[in-house]
Write a protein that binds this ligand. Sequence first.
Ligand code: PSV
Ligand code: MN
Ligand code: MN
Length: 431
Amino acid sequence: MTKYIIDAGQVEQHNAKLRAELQADYDALGGMLARRGVDIEALTAKAQTFGVAVPSWGAGTGGTRFARFPGKGEPRDVTEKLEDCAVINQLTRATPAVSLHFPWDKPSDPKALRQQADELGLGFDAVNSNTFQDQAGQAHTYKFGSLTSTSQASREQAVQHNIDCIELGKTLGSKGLTVWVGDGANFPGQSNLRGALERYIDSARGIYAALPDDWLMYIEHKLFEPAFYCSVIADWGTSFAVAQTLGPKAKCLVDLGHHAPNTNIEMIVARLAQFGKLGGFHFNDSKYGDDDLDSGSIDPFQLFLVFNELADATLRDGTFSPAYMLDQSHNVTDPIESLMSSAVEVQRAFVQAALVDRAALAGFQEGNDVLQAAQTLKKAFRTDVSPVLAMARLRSGGAIDPVAAYRASGYREQVAVKRPPKAGASGSGIV
Ligand code: PSV
Ligand code: MN
Ligand code: MN
C-alpha cells in the first residue's frame, strides 16, 4: 500500500469541488474530438500511461553562478527529496520515478532508501554520475577533465566513480546510467581535439564493461559550459559515434537545453530514432543556452514537435520507449510547483502529438500540400487537451489541479517547520 504524504481525504475534497466543472469541459472536448474521429476515452487512457522521471536535484532551489536564493523547507538530504518527489507524483500521477545524482544523493543505507521509495510508490530511474566537480577528500582533480583527462589517475578515478554509481543503482533497482561530463577546453590549443575523444572512448569502454545486461548507458551531449571553447561530447554526432562504438547498451540522451539556439531538436530526435540510438531525454526549456527553465515555458511548440517525432517513430518501429526525465533548475518558483507543472506540460505534448491525424499528414506530405501539412500539425497543437490531462489525473488518483491542491495542503509550510535551513547551506550542488 502506497503511503501518501498529503492526506488523501484532502485531495478528494479538492477534486469534489472541481469535478462537475471538469466533467462539463471533458464532455465538450469529447464532442469536438468525436467529430474529428478521435475517441476521448482512448486519449485519456493513453495520457494515464505517461510518466516522466523527476531529478532529485530539482527538488531544491537551483541557483546561478551569481547567487542562490533558497526557499522555505527545502529538502536537506535524499530521503527528504524523495518525500517531495512523492508529493509531486501523488498529485500529478505522472512522475513515478526519481533520478538520483551521485555522490550528492549517496545514501548511507541504499536498501533503506529503496524501501522508502517502495513505500512512497516511487521507483528509481537512471542514476547520474558526477565527475564535473571535485568532491571532498578526492585523490585526483577533475580541473582539467575527468574521463578525458590527460592524467591517467584522474581518468581511472572517474571510471571507478561511474562503476560505483552502477553498483549503487543496482541495489536501488535502477536500470540505467547517465553520463554527462563537462570535459573540454577554454582555449584553442589547450587540448588535442581528437586525443581527448580517444581518451573519452577508452574510459567509456571501462564503464560500459561494468554495465549489467539489462542496463543502458545514456551519453548526454552538451554544446558548451563549463568548457567555453570546446566540449568533448558537444553534439549528437559525437554522442552517436561514441554510442555506436561502445555497443547496443549505449544510447544518446538529448537534453533540450544543450544545443545552440534555433537548433532543430526534433530533427535530431528523428535521426537518433531512425538509427536506434535515441536513449532518452532531459526535458526543460531555454531561451539562450542551458537555461534549465520549466518545460514548455518558452517554446511549447518545440516540445510538441519532439513528441510528434516520437509518435512517428513509435508508429514505424513499434516498441520504442525512450527514458523521459525533467532536468530543470528552479530559481524563483517553488520546485514542487515547477516540477508538477512541467510534468503536465510534457504530458500535454505527448497527448497533443497523439492527436495528429497521421494518415492525413502523410497524404499532404506525399502530395506536397505544404499548407495543409503544416495545418495538420497546428490543429493538434492548438487543441486544448487540459480536460483530458485533468481527467487522467483524477482517474489515476491524483488532483484535478495539482498546484491548487498542493497549496491548499499546506505542505510547504509544514516542511518549513520540520526542515530548518542548514547553517551555512548554500546550494543543492548546482552552480
Ligand atoms: C548538465 O548541464 C546537466 O544537464 C547534466 O544532465 C547534469 O547531470 C545535470 O545538468 C545536473 O547538473
Ligand atoms: Mn541534463
Ligand atoms: Mn544541463
